[in-house]
Each structure stands twice: as C-alpha cells, then as structure tokens.
Design a protein around this ligand. Structure first.
Ligand code: 5GP
Length: 201
C-alpha cells in the first residue's frame, strides 16, 4: 500500500459499547488492525492472552516501561495499561489503519506524540443507559461498577481533546459513522500531499 494508514484512538466510558463497534468495523474491513495493549489486570472470562491484551505482572509491566517499549501508559482503576509502540508504528507504515481503544489520558498522550492521529469519543445514548449497561456486565463487582461510573463522569472533562463524537444508540449507525470518519480523514488535504505534488510540475 502506498499510503500510510491512520492512527485512530477511540475512548469512551466502559459500557459505551466501544469494543463491539470496533469489532464490527474490523470484521468488515481488511485494512484495519487493533493495537493490543499490555495490562496488569486479571484476565476476564472469554479473554485470550495476546488477543484482548498482553497480560503482565506488575514487574513485567515496569520492565516494559523501563525498556521504552510503551508509547503511553496509565494506572486505571488500580491496574496498569499501556500501548506497545513498535506494533502500531509498523502497522501504520504498512498502510493499515491502527485502532487503539484506550482511556482519555492515554489518548491525550498519543495525540502529543502523533499529532496526525484521529481521536474519537464514543458515548452511550444517556447516563441512565450507561448505568444500565455497566450493571448488566455480570463480570464486575458492585464497587467496581461504582468506580467505573465515577470514572465515566471524570472522563467527560477530556472530551474537548477529541476530534469526533459518536453516540452508540443503534450499533449499525455507530459503525457506519465510524467508517465515514475514517473515509473523510483519508481525503484530508494534508494526508494527500504526495499525490498533489505531481500536479504542480
Ligand atoms: P478494561 O479493563 O475494561 O479492558 O479497560 C479499562 C480501560 O482501560 C478502558 O477504558 C480501556 O479503553 C483502557 N485501556 C486499555 N488499554 C489501554 C492502554 O494501553 N492505554 C490506556 N491509556 N488505556 C487503555
């Protein structure tokens, strides 16, 4: 592929349905790759090492930080999460669009490192709906539910950093909106400089 791919960062409260929206898009588009984060949190039922996350001990995670392997990392609800740098750089160079599903502080740091990246915030239709969705997730303890709701409120303070907002009411609409954003981003003048240059001679 001649073009560099897009670096796309997606955030939003847990329960916004980010994961489902992103998976639907990926399944319908061969040019998309997911960045796989490292984390110290315990593995949930149905998750797979190297597919959902690289599950690490705290010491292993610290070694990754010290070796400069992480583009960004944060402590979130008592666990560490971080984005391995090498994979996303290679992926984008090869022309794939690389999607990162990370929280708001990480997104801010990725934007600082790569100003060309696209920041997208996914919201549920209402706060009530968010509460309902988080409570429905039987995998979480009650105090974790409360923590995540509080965190959702705090995360809203970062929304100004984002380029786009998608409300995930109907999943197909959310996926279609995401697809449209990527399409439009690729048509931006600044991403097409090389092609434009040939017309100037
Ligand atoms: P979960 O434990 O539900 O999988 O993820 C908790 C939060 O951490 C989510 O908001 C998720 O997007 C975020 N997250 C996952 N990986 C990373 C990462 O590498 N960096 C940052 N900053 N956040 C991450």
């Amino acid at each position: 592929m001649s073009h560099e791919g897009l670096l796309v960062v997606v955030s939003g409260p847990s329960g916004a349905g980010k994961g489902t929206v992103l998976k639907r898009l990926k399944d319908s588009d061969d040019s998309i790759r997911f960045s796989i984060s490292a984390t110290t949190r315990t593995i949930r039922q149905g998750e797979k090492e190297g597919l959902n996350y690289f599950f690490k001990t705290r010491d292993e995670f610290k070694s990754m930080i010290e070796a400069g392997q992480l583009l960004e990392w944060v402590e979130y609800c008592g666990n560490y999460y971080g984005t391995p740098k090498e994979y996303i750089e290679t992926t984008v160079k090869e022309g794939y669009d690389c999607l990162l599903e990370i929280e708001v502080e990480g997104a801010e740091n990725v934007k600082k490192a790569y100003p060309d990246c696209v920041l997208i915030f996914i919201l549920p239709p209402s706060f009530e709906e968010l509460k309902r969705r988080i409570e429905k997730r039987a995998t979480e303890e009650p105090e974790i539910v409360a923590k995540r709701l509080q965190r959702a409120r705090e995360e809203m303070a970062y929304i100004e950093n984002y380029d786009y907002v998608i409300v995930n009411d109907k999943i197909e609409d959310a996926v279609e909106n995401l697809r449209s954003i990527l399409k439009a981003e690729k048509l931006k003048l600044n991403r097409n400089r090389k092609m434009i240059e040939q017309f100037k001679h």
